[in-house]
Design a protein around this ligand. Structure first.
Ligand SMILES: Nc1ncnc2c1ncn2[C@@H]1O[C@H](COP(=O)(O)OP(=O)(O)O)[C@@H](O)[C@H]1O
Ligand SMILES: [Mg+2]
Length: 465
């Protein structure tokens, strides 16, 4: 190449590279740059009509007015904040290797290979982004590198949730910066002074991270609670017990593998089982018998659910509470234990499976419901899975489901007693549970027992006259 041509070529290349570098730096800033360009154009136009000075004055007044008027200022600052969050996400994708850096030798001024933040919203715990993967990609690589992304965003936690649109290329990413549950705090149960509740009323369990009330519709839905010792299982379980006890249309059956937890409920419970695997198997058999009877009744009446008439005729709903579930599911060396556990397990699974139509609701609490102990057939029959603080992501997953911890739903990160992930088939929330103390439970239990005795007495008097 002749010397002159070469110099010309180098020159053009240098100019183009500089242009690309500028574009690479400013690519994420196009909104701000467009605004500046528009302002400059407006100034130029005005200047040509009314002169430089007046043009500057007019634009200055307009700008001052826009910044002085709160709604406009908030809108402008809000947009600037959103743009900053998008840039931060894009930078984080490049740094964690999830996106290529802008190619210097191409005309691309920003990476098109990585997941992009399309929408940004401020939420009480931090930021919520709608992130879109490039065509032909999913959000899986982000989930795999979530730890690094979290560190790069300097966040406390990052959670990846499916987008409500059902588009697998998109995800809702929650960047958690503050923990509203960091301090230990006792929230009183809103139903403390209730005299009675109906089976249909959802039981209030606690408040969500957004400060909203959270309750569970337990009618014909089963619950599995897991977590470390001291994480808040038994306190959370009391809410179920109290909810069942306050419902005059419901019988209470309690099983406790530690034999201390259900003290206050014993008087109002129809049946109580303590630390005996054999007794537990026998009582489960009785429940299976009730299920069989009720199925026969439903069939003869031509319905598929317990009706109010049947309940009034004495076929009450049943709330089954099993604390320390592992005790009843773990075979010990003796033959009696082996037989009892096998019988208990199959009957318990049967009650979980068929209890729904027969008006039987089961709530179980267990330290870590390991896969070897809780059969997967039974596990899939729980509508609510509640994970209090757990020792490892694997332990958390045994309660909430495989792969949940990797997506940021990890009970290992919970440090406060009484805080748990509550998952259903549809969604998952972090909840601070209400704290129903032992004494309060005693009061509710004695009130509920009184009502039950009154009702029994009334039936007896009615029968004898
Ligand atoms: N919802 C809650 N709010 C405040 N403190 C709680 C809550 N739940 C539990 N705690 C505290 O944690 C302690 C242990 O709770 P507990 O339910 O007995 O744990 P676990 O049954 O999981 O071993 C309680 O005595 C209480 O001090
Ligand atoms: Mg306990």
């Amino acid at each position: 190449m002749p010397k002159q041509a070469r110099a010309r070529y180098e020159d053009t290349k240098r100019t183009r590279d500089t242009g690309l570098k500028v574009a690479a730096v400013f690519g994420g800033w196009w909104r701000e740059l467009t605004c500046l360009a528009l302002l400059a154009a407006a100034w130029g136009y005005l200047a040509s009509v009314v002169g430089d000075v007046l043009s500057s004055v007019v634009l200055g007044v307009v700008l001052a007015a826009a910044l002085g008027w709160a709604p406009a200022r908030q809108a402008i600052l809000g947009e600037a904040w959103k743009a900053r969050q998008r840039r931060r996400w894009a930078r984080s994708m490049v740094r964690t290797g999830l996106a290529n850096p802008p190619a210097r030798a191409s005309r691309e001024h920003r990476s098109v290979t990585g997941p992009r933040a399309t929408k940004v919203r401020r939420v009480p715990v931090g930021e919520e982004l709608i992130v879109k993967a490039p065509p032909g990609h999913s959000m899986e690589p982000v989930v795999k590198k979530l730890g690094r992304v979290t560190a790069d965003l300097k966040a406390r936690e990052v959670r990846v949730m499916p987008d409500s649109s059902g588009n697998a290329r998109k995800a809702r990413v929650l960047v958690v910066r503050t923990d509203p549950f960091a301090t230990e705090e006792s929230l009183p149960w809103p139903w403390l002074d209730k005299d009675r509740v109906s089976s249909e009323e959802p039981i209030p369990l606690g408040i969500t991270e957004l400060g909203e009330p959270f309750s569970v519709r337990i009618i014909d839905r089963h619950t599995l609670i897991g977590g470390n010792t001291g994480a808040g299982k038994s306190v959370g379980f009391r809410l179920f017990a109290a909810g069942f006890a306050l419902d005059p249309d419901r019988e209470l059956w309690t099983f406790d593998g530690k034999a201390v937890g259900f003290g206050p409920w014993e008087a109002c419970a129809r049946h109580t089982v303590g630390m005996s695997q054999v007794d537990a198997a026998i009582k489960m058999k009785e429940l299976v018998r009730i299920v069989d009877e009720r199925y026969a009744l439903l069939k003869s009446e031509g319905t598929d659910m317990l009706t109010p008439e049947m309940i009034a005729a004495g076929h009450k709903r049943i709330g089954v509470l099993i604390d320390e579930l592992n005790f009843f599911l773990e075979e010990r060396d003796e033959k009696t234990s082996k037989n009892a556990v096998r019988e208990f397990t199959s009957r318990w699974t049967d009650v979980l499976e068929r209890g729904r139509a027969a008006g039987i609701t089961v709530a179980c609490a267990s330290q870590i419901p390991y896969a070897e102990i809780v059969p997967s057939r039974a596990r899939n029959l729980f509508w609510y899975a509640i994970a209090f603080a757990s020792r490892s992501p694997q332990a958390s997953d045994t309660i909430l489901g495989q792969g949940m911890a990797a997506q940021g739903f990890n009970a290992q990160t919970i440090r406060t007693p009484g805080v748990a992930w509550v998952a259903t088939e549809r969604d998952i929330e972090r909840v601070r549970f209400f704290h129903l103390t032992g004494d309060q439970a005693k009061q509710i239990a004695s009130r509920a027992t009184g009502h039950r005795l009154d009702a029994d007495l009334a039936t007896l008097t009615e029968a004898s006259t």
